[in-house]
Design a protein around this ligand. Structure first.
Ligand SMILES: NC(=O)c1ccc[n+]([C@@H]2O[C@H](COP(=O)([O-])OP(=O)(O)OC[C@H]3O[C@@H](n4cnc5c(N)ncnc54)[C@H](OP(=O)(O)O)[C@@H]3O)[C@@H](O)[C@H]2O)c1
Length: 322
């Protein structure tokens, strides 16, 4: 049954998640939506030195926004920054070196950012990884979970008070359509119990991001939250973590700019701000976070258990987070 479901999901992806899928969705886009200036607004983008994050940073810089690039590698970050400044002519592009898998350091960074900057209009949780071998960070958290879920949780949760002080605040999390065939699991956040499969753990993290987005939206009505799927995009993450898929899809993969389109739309357009907070998007459109007749819906109790685990973990690595 699960093989059948995965096959259906994959065939659907061939239609929708590829370059052709983007080109077909593009016909329904409202071109004026992105015809906006974001001068005076500030955007924090994690993983902004490469792929979708870099394309997003470039687009925002070109629209006049202040960009805070949160990256783990100084050389790569400075190189990307130089390109963005030179191509956009916008010098309000700042680099912050943070490894999103190091929970306590993410918190320290977010706290310092709040002290240094009076406002943050948009947070874009883009950095992500798919590690195939089970590794843990200094705090004992499994690396995929630490980066994709805990880092996103700590950064967002810590920055919420700053976002709340800012005009038209938004949080966008780059999730993945891969989460559609996965139900939230609350019994093994550190992936210790079963055979370790990095693809499954990644998809589980992406489901967790969608659940976090829904919960944050409910708890913080003054901030617009969204999660999104960028489609299948030709980036370093795909070529290194999924080499066979990358080779098989070849030119059918989207460009980084096509993958970033919905992120930029959610971050900057007035149309996006009019949508209901907490939804999952694909190609500028809210789409269900579950496949038809899916078994992936969670009970309110499971969601509560998950959120409590996140809050307890968060509290143990930070001070006064919640
Ligand atoms: N490409 C796709 O088809 C696809 C599909 C669905 C979802 N996504 C999601 O899209 C997002 C962007 O990925 P991408 O495809 O654009 O790949 P990418 O070009 O490899 O970009 C990933 C970015 O995340 C950064 N990153 C990874 N781990 C980090 C850490 N611990 N601390 C700080 N930064 C870290 C990377 O930094 P380094 O350059 O230093 O490695 C890089 O800047 C990810 O969340 C991914 O899961 C991608």
């Amino acid at each position: 049954m699960s093989l059948y479901r995965n096959a259906v999901w994959f065939l659907n992806g061939i239609h929708q998640y590829t370059r052709k899928g983007y080109e077909s969705a593009l016909r329904d886009f409202e071109p004026k939506d992105l015809d906006v200036s974001v001068v005076g607004r500030s955007f924090m983008i994690t993983g902004a030195n490469s792929g979708i994050g870099r394309a997003t940073a470039m687009a925002i810089a070109q629209k006049g926004g202040t960009v805070h690039m949160v990256c783990r590698n100084k050389d790569k970050a400075e190189e990307a920054r130089a390109d963005i400044v030179s191509e956009s002519g916008n010098t309000e592009v700042h680099v912050h070196i943070v490894d999103m898998s190091e929970t306590h350091k993410v918190w320290e960074f977010a706290e310092a950012f709040k002290r240094q900057y009076p406002a943050l209009n948009v947070l874009i949780n883009n950095a992500g990884c798919m590690v195939h071998k089970r590794e843990v960070n200094a705090e004992g958290l499994e690396k995929n979970f630490a980066t994709n879920t805990m880092g996103v949780f700590i950064l967002t949760q810590t920055l919420i008070p700053l976002l709340q002080k800012s005009r038209d605040p938004r949080v966008i999390t780059v999730s993945s359509g891969g989460m559609l065939v996965h139900k939230l699991r609350v019994d093994d956040l550190q992936s210790e119990k079963d055979y370790f499969d990095g693809v499954m753990v990644y998809a589980q993290n992406k489901r967790q991001q969608v659940v976090l987005t829904q919960e944050w939206a409910q708890a913080n009505p003054d901030i617009h939250f969204s999660a999104m799927h960028p489609g299948w995009v030709d980036t370093a993450a795909v070529s290194t973590s999924m080499p066979q898929f990358h080779q098989m899809m070849g030119k059918r993969l989207r460009s980084a700019e096509q993958g970033a389109d919905t992120v930029v739309w959610l971050a900057s357009s007035r149309a996006a701000a009019r949508t209901r907070s907490g939804q999952f998007f694909q190609d500028r459109t809210p789409v269900p976070a579950h496949l038809p007749l899916a078994w992936t819906h969670s009970s309110a109790e499971d969601i509560q258990v998950f959120m409590t685990q996140m809050e307890n973990l968060g509290r143990s690595f930070t001070e006064n987070l919640m």
